[in-house]
Each structure stands twice: as C-alpha cells, then as structure tokens.
Design a protein. Sequence first.
Lengths: 219, 224
Amino acid sequence: MADEVVLLDFWPSPFGMRIRITLAEKGIKYEYKEEDLRNKSPLLLQSNPVHKKIPVLIHNGKPICESLIAVQYIEDVWSNRNPLLPSDPYHRAQARFWADYVDKKVYDLGRKIWTSKGEEQEAAKKEFVEALKLLEEQLGDKTYFGGDNFGFVDIALVPFYTWFKAYETFGNFNIESECPKFIAWVKRCLQKESVSKSLPDPHKVYEFVVEIRKRIGIE
Amino acid sequence: MASEHEEEVRVLGKWASPFTHRVVLTLKLKGVAYKYFEEDFANKSDDLLKYNPVYKMVPVLIHNGNSLPESLVIVQYIDDTWTNNPLLPQDPYERALACFWLKTLDDKILPAVWNACWSDGRDKAVEEGLESLKILQEALNGKRFFGGETIGMVDIAASFIGYWVDILQEIEGLELLTIEKFPKLYKWSQEFVNHPVIKETLPPRDKLFAFFKASASKNKDSTA
C-alpha cells in the first residue's frame, strides 16, 4: 500500500523547513504544495481550521498540524529509519525541552529584530544572542545537538539560519562573530543533503523580508 | 525492606498553579510516590535556580537527580517512564492529534481564557476567551473526556479550564464557562472535578478563591 504524503508549506517558513528536512532524512517521497498566504487554499483551511497556518503534513488524507508535532509523527510512523529522537525517556524529554525553547525564543526574537527599531530592536538583539549562546552551551563539544547523530533539536533549529542574513542586515550585527560555535554547527548540518536540499538560499529569504517590510510599511 | 531500585521523585511547585497541578495529577494517576516542595517566588530556592536555570519557574520535576522544567515536557516524560495507565494514545495519528491539543492549549486557549478572566470584561478579550472555549469544546467532540472514556493527557493539561476558570469567573463577575454557553465542555468540567483521583489533587476552592481575589485587588491597586 503506497503512502500518500503531502506537505502544505510556504518556501521561507522555518517551520515548513523542519518537516522538509525530516521527510528527506527518512527518505519519504511527498508532494510539496506551495501556499499563497494571502490567498489560503481550501485544503489548508480545511486541514488546519484552528490556526489556518502552514506547515501542514497530510498523510493518507489525515492532516497533522504544528511542525514539531509533524516531525514526531513522522518519527513514530517511520520509526525503522534514521531515528531522530533518543530512545531514553530523559534524553527524549530534554530534546523536547530544547526544541520548545527554540520555538519560544528564536522565531519571536528574530522577528522583533527585523520589524522593530531603536531600543526595542537593541533589546531583541541582545536576547537573541543570549539565546544562541545558551544553545551553544547545550551543544558543547558535540557534533550535533543529538550527539553523534543529527536529531530533533538540530531539525528544530537549523532552518532559522536561512533568516540570519535578514536579521543581521536589519539588526546591523554579525552573528558569527558573537556565536562562532553556532555557525560551525550550522555548517556541519549544511553538509547533510537532507538539510542543504531543504533550505532556501538565505539571500532569497533576505529579499523576501525586504518585500514584506515594504508591504507592512516598515522604514 | 529496601527496594532494588530506588526512585527519588521530587516536585518543585506552587500550590495555586494549574501547571504544577498537571504534574501532581499525572504522578497520582500513575501511582508514583513523590516529595513536594512549595516554592516561594519572593525567595527562590537554590534548588529551583539549579534545576531550572533557563526559566527559573515551577513546576520542576527531579527524578533520581535528573531535572526537567516545563509542565508538558514533564508530563510526557512521566508517561514515557512509567508506562502503566498510558495517558497518550498508542496510535501515532491519535497521539499527534492529542499533542496538537496540548500545544494549542498552551499557545492559544489558556492565554486567551486567562486574559478574558482578568480583562475587566473588555469585549475583545472576552470574545477571544469565548472563541477559545468554543474551539476546545469542539475538540472534545462529544466524548466524556478528551482521552475518551478515561482521563488522558489533554484532560490533565486542561485542568485550568476544568477547575480554575470557574473560580476566576466568579471573582471577576464574568460568565465564560457556563452550562448555557458550552454545555458539553461544562459537563466535561464536572466530570473532571468529580473524578475520584482528580478531586483529591485539586487545591481547596476557598483557598484558591482567596488567593486569586487578593491577587486581583493587588493588580487593580497597582494600575489605579
């Protein structure tokens, strides 16, 4: 019985990228559907009626919403290939904690950096760098957050790298000079095909952000 | 008689917190013995700062020296570790749906309802609170509990709605979760508070009422 897997996504979304990477890691064939967020498809609205957001993974007609939940679902169903979560409950819980930390901090702070100015922006930059430094501490000397193997936290975090050029340009700072270990980890992740093929060019993301800023009237 | 395998389970919490309650309830449902320590936020313990350096909040679970913060991370860990009485569905899709509701509770529903409770009746806040309760009622989908015939993780996570909201709405003179507005969700809340294990874990109503009433007056004074 063939599995039918569809991903409703939007190319610059770091949340969508998480699912793309996971599907690639597991070698799962799927249909990618690009959504126009200003004109959401009936399929999207029907698949995610509560939040009306991408990404949505649809497996044999059944929708799974929220990127980290979709990643865990893929892990549960295709459990015999490339495990992405530790088998030990405590390490698994720690992975969930840090993925949740990424959700709480990285996206919101990053967004503040490219949408705000002055003191608000400075405060966001400071907190953002602190968050990356805390993540660097968690990484320690390991190759990946998952240890020797690329895993759940790596997947949760690496997509945000594609937005760094935008953050750096609008925030007027350099992330590599503040967090070199973080960037070294990003580079290791990018050597994996599942990652490099799933992430858009940061320059394209930057151009997208320039457009959005014009559209919402920043500057 | 010494057990072969010493389990030391400690919970750092605050008695009035629905997040602490999630952890306490889960441990009780699993039949796990634990020691409880009440945190004083005016004077955070060394243990709290050591075991939750990232957020410095409760609840925190410490199991044989390993610590975990964040109530939903803790509750899932307890379910993974003590596998009797599973609180999440076995089927991957049903499990993903349950996890979706856990996240939606924390990201959307609880904040909207909490804001509505403290909004002084401001229309928009109340409307968003009611909208969230409507979404939650739809998630119940006519079942007795979110977990089906028995309590599951989503029921545990929704304890704020099952018990706390009734107290807060009385303090503020609001009508959010009522039998008229949300008959099925209201019925669930009654099943929840009368469940034999759950009712032993709920903080006493009069104590919670006094606690939040005092908190409400303090907030009003500071914004006056």
